[in-house]
Design a protein around this ligand. Structure first.
Ligand code: NAD
Length: 249
């Protein structure tokens, strides 16, 4: 198995891409620390992993709170002895408004979760991995970490920030065995995206991708799996779109 005996944190793992990642990592031998603000969903994912013979724990953690990020790393080490992999996945969309009218509180909330939350994660994950002789961190950005999307400024700014933060962390820890990469999914069919769109809007979104469809969470998790594994030994400080051809258009 690609992640045999590795210990992995996946934030926001109660739903969507994070859930798919936690399940795939467990299937590949990892011991998974599932975190989410949604206790019920997080616990369900842990139960699902255990039902198939895997190992997992749930930690209720809000990634926009510094102390929760520290606690998550401590719980990983207490429960499983070390930390090898972290996927900083928790994120929210935010309202659809032009910059000149963007709700200030909503801006701060999106930046706190989607950008500051990734920094808080790195801040505690990296020292634990350095201590352990190395590790792999995957920061979930978006195609909107590379291009704009009208009326989504907070999200676009946060995701561009995540890509920059990833480059810096990659540079700073390249010789210390800790690899840090960002992934840029295009639109993925998660509960969030599907439930919030009319059929017409859904089809318009699908057609922005060269493949004329949205991606599936598992198609993103497969890239995380590779980046998390020792097969990606030369990959660091980089941004990997996984986008059905969205950015090529
Ligand atoms: P989702 O809403 O299905 O899942 C996100 C999970 O994160 C939820 O379980 C939620 O409870 C949790 N969460 C929210 N705020 C949190 C916080 N402060 N602390 C801890 N957990 C929190 O969303 P998803 O589509 O799977 O998105 C996951 C990540 O992928 C996000 O960073 C998102 O920006 C990114 N992404 C999604 C898409 C897409 O089209 N779905 C595309 C590109 C990038």
């Amino acid at each position: 198995s690609l992640l045999q005996d590795k210990v992995a944190i996946v934030t926001g793992a109660g739903s969507g891409i994070g859930k798919s990642t936690a399940l795939l990592f467990a299937e590949n031998g990892a011991k998974v620390v599932v975190t989410d603000i949604n206790e019920e969903n997080g616990n369900k994912v842990v139960e699902e992993i255990k039902a198939t013979g895997g190992e997992a724990i749930f930690v209720k953690a809000d990634t926009s709170k510094v102390e929760d990020s520290e606690t998550t790393v401590n719980k990983a080490i207490e429960s499983f002895g070390k930390l090898d992999v972290a996927v900083n996945n928790a994120g929210i969309g935010g309202p659809t408004q032009a910059v000149g009218e963007y709700d200030i509180d909503a801006w701060n909330k999106v930046i706190n979760i989607n950008l500051n939350g990734v920094f808080y994660g790195l801040r505690y994950q990296i020292p634990a991995m350095v201590k352990n002789g190395g590790g792999s961190i995957i920061n979930v950005a978006s195609i909107l970490g590379a291009v704009g999307f009208a009326n989504s400024s907070a999200y676009v700014a946060a995701k561009h920030g995540v890509v920059g933060l990833t480059k810096n962390a990659g540079l700073e820890y390249a010789t210390k065995g800790v690899r840090v990469n960002a992934v840029g999914p295009a639109f993925i069919e998660t509960p969030l995206v599907k439930s919030s769109l009319s059929d017409e809007a859904y089809n318009a979104l699908a057609n922005m991708h060269a493949m004329e469809r949205l991606g599936q969470p598992k198609e993103v998790a497969e890239l995380f799996l590779w980046l998390a594994s020792d097969k990606a030994s030369f990959a660091t400080g980089a941004y990997y779109p996984i986008d059905g051809g969205y950015l090529a258009k």
